[in-house]
Design a protein around this ligand. Structure first.
Ligand code: SF4
Length: 454
């Protein structure tokens, strides 16, 4: 369980590239910060660079220039991005900045005037232009073949799949629509082709991401279906991999998604990552959240009626401006009722440019902190009880990693990086990442499980 939602957590993901560069091959380094959506951008840039004959260097010393893909969602993420740029400048000297923070070039060049170029999110061509001028390409058509799945920064057996860019909402605490623009959904054909390529390359689990997955396709004026996410999910569910949906807003049509979920094997996983953010209608209104008026407990009950073992994950903000003790208490009571499987929580903080900064009645830091701990205590108790109920059950897991101590796996109810794990400490020697097997659960803690293969 994370203290901050994953898309607010600037994780440092360095390229996992093990191939040796050939003599004379131009080499580029990449530091990728931010959310899974930014990771997909990094993967696309690396894929293009590999196709053009560049080698990807896993360290600064071996690189002739370094791309830093930045995150700019929270002020703390911005600071982390500036720090990463500074580190790359010091260690390498030739730095190209891209990503969300690239939407504010003056902010970057003010702190680091020596960067070679600054480009915004999704400006792949401009990044490549900047790379070409810093380090000219030298392609060799006989050896510079792309691996079929492109260059992955995530482990090979799972992959993120971005289905749209931007967002049509205007949540007051969020500046993503300013940075990334309005919703632009990718054509379903292109998404399915990308998913097929991933499956052909050995990917077993596809994590569908966007800012607002339920709204996929609603930006198409001439669409045949009112909610194209339903058709897309149905098509993806037949592709031969486990499909996990993230950032699903609780609109009424989500009720039609749940029956598409599969009990076992590949298909749509019985898992929804729904960013509720709060439960009190007044707080949600002050946040200007999409679906703020929906009766979320009723929606959850309807989803669970259709698929009882559905796993629900969500993220919440505590200490939002104007949040009263009574509003916060409503959130705690709501958690008791909702019985979510996984939750993340973060304390509200101002973000430069966000409209929530100007709201009255900001909550003092010590109150935010206190509410955060009360929230996490409640969430932990719910999680512990839910996991304890799994002891003795036989469940399917996918192996993420194996070392000398054991195998780290995930159940169908757990997304990588953000949810819990199931650990196997015995009879794991023959297992490999990507294996899917059945285990009997033997032990549970607040967030993780332990089991043995059966
Ligand atoms: S739905 Fe709200 S929080 Fe999510 S990207 Fe859009 S504006 Fe930001």
């Amino acid at each position: 369980m994370s203290a901050n939602p994953p898309d607010l957590r600037p994780d440092l993901a360095r390229a996992r590239v093990t191939e040796e560069a050939r003599p004379g091959q131009p080499r580029i380094g990449m530091v990728s910060l931010g959310c899974p959506k930014a990771l997909v951008d990094s993967e696309r840039i690396l894929t293009r660079l590999r196709a053009e004959g560049y080698a990807i260097s896993p360290d600064y010393a071996g690189a002739e220039a370094v791309i830093v893909n930045t995150c700019g969602f929270l002020d703390s993420a911005k600071a982390e991005s500036l720090e990463a740029i500074g580190e790359a400048l010091e260690a390498n000297g030739k730095v190209i900045v891209t990503g969300c923070l690239g939407a504010e070039p003056d902010y970057i060049t003010g702190a680091h005037p020596k960067v070679l170029a600054v480009t915004g999110p999704h400006q792949y061509e401009q990044v490549l232009d900047a790379v070409h001028s810093a380090v000219p390409p030298d392609p060799d058509p006989f050896v510079d073949l792309l691996p079929p799945q492109g260059v992955k920064l995530t482990p090979r057996h799972y992959s993120y799949l971005k289905i749209s860019e931007g967002c049509n909402h205007a949540c007051k605490f969020c500046i993503i629509p300013d940075m990334r623009g309005k919703l632009q959904s990718r054509p379903a054909r292109a998404i399915l082709r990308e998913a097929e390529k991933l499956v052909e390359a050995g990917v077993k689990e596809i994590l569908v991401i966007s800012q607002d997955t339920s709204a996929y396709g609603t930006d198409w004026k001439d669409r045949e279906q009112k909610f194209p996410i339903l058709d897309l999910s149905r098509d993806l569910s037949t592709i031969g991999a486990r499909i996990r949906l993230h950032y699903v807003y609780p609109y009424p049509h989500v009720r039609d998604l749940v029956p598409l979920m599969a009990e076992a094997g590949p298909g749509l996983l019985p898992y929804l990552d729904v960013p509720f953010q709060h439960a009190h209608p007044d707080t949600l209104r002050r946040m200007a959240r999409p679906a703020a008026a929906s009766r979320t407990l009723e929606e959850i009950a309807a989803w669970r009626a259709a698929f009882p073992s559905l796993a629900l994950r969500s993220t919440f903000i505590v200490g939002y401006p104007g949040e009263t003790e009574a509003e916060f208490q409503t959130l705690l009571d709501w958690l008791d009722e909702a019985q979510l499987d996984r939750v993340g929580c973060f304390q509200y903080e101002n973000v430069a440019g966000a409209r929530s900064n100007a709201l009255p009645d900001h909550v003092p830091d010590e109150v935010k902190e206190e509410r955060f701990h009360r929230f996490m205590e409640k969430a932990q108790a719910i999680s512990a009880a839910k996991l304890a109920a799994k002891v003795g059950q036989r469940i399917e897991v996918i192996v993420d990693a194996v070392d000398t101590e054991g195998a780290t796996c995930r159940t169908r109810a757990d997304a990588p990086e953000i949810d819990g794990n199931l650990f196997i400490d015995e009879a794991f020697e023959t297992l490999a990442p990507g294996d899917i097997l059945t285990v009997e659960v033997e032990e549970a803690s607040e967030y993780d499980l332990w089991g043995r293969p059966v």
